[in-house]
Ligand binder design. Structure first.
Ligand SMILES: [Fe+2]
Ligand SMILES: [Fe+2]
Length: 151
């Protein structure tokens, strides 16, 4: 069904926005760790799913503008992966931890807004409805695979 992929991505993004709001509001350092776990579980499979599906196709686009946009998004994914890893290895009750996760979430908020405002439009132009359906399958497969890997 046309448009399904966008609904699925938007739903994930809204979940990320919800967790971001919760984390930013949370004053109790004992809760940060749990929220971070939820954020990590939500973010990693989503990001890997995107990379294995539409970004994988767009990064080799003939169109320079599309390639540059895609590389920018992938670079943001890398930065977020790096921050997730660092935060994972920190004292998760420390203020430094809170600051790191907050920066990660702010990068992500900007990132998902741009995906919705820019990448979705590129995808609609570049892919047929059938292609979008098969890219959605790929996205879901990769997401499930990563979910299992990270437990
Ligand atoms: Fe993304
Ligand atoms: Fe996304």
């Amino acid at each position: 069904m046309a448009g399904k992929f966008f609904e699925v991505l938007k739903k994930d993004h809204d979940e990320q926005r919800e967790l971001t709001k919760k984390f930013k509001k949370e004053k109790s350092s004992s809760e940060w760790k749990n929220l971070f776990q939820e954020i990590k579980k939500e973010l990693q499979p989503h990001v890997k799913g995107e990379e294995a599906s539409f970004f994988h196709r767009l990064k080799d686009s003939e169109d320079r503008e599309i390639r540059l946009e895609t590389l920018e998004k992938l670079q943001e994914h890398d930065v977020m992966e790096h921050l997730l890893e660092e935060a994972h290895n920190m004292d998760q009750t420390s203020e430094e931890f809170w600051a790191k996760v907050k920066v990660l979430l702010e990068i992500n908020e900007h990132h998902i807004d741009e995906e919705e405002q820019e990448t979705f439009i590129v995808m609609k132009k570049q892919f047929s409805d059938d292609e979008l359906d098969s890219l959605l399958d790929k996205f879901n497969q990769e997401k499930e695979k990563v979910k299992k890997e990270i437990g």
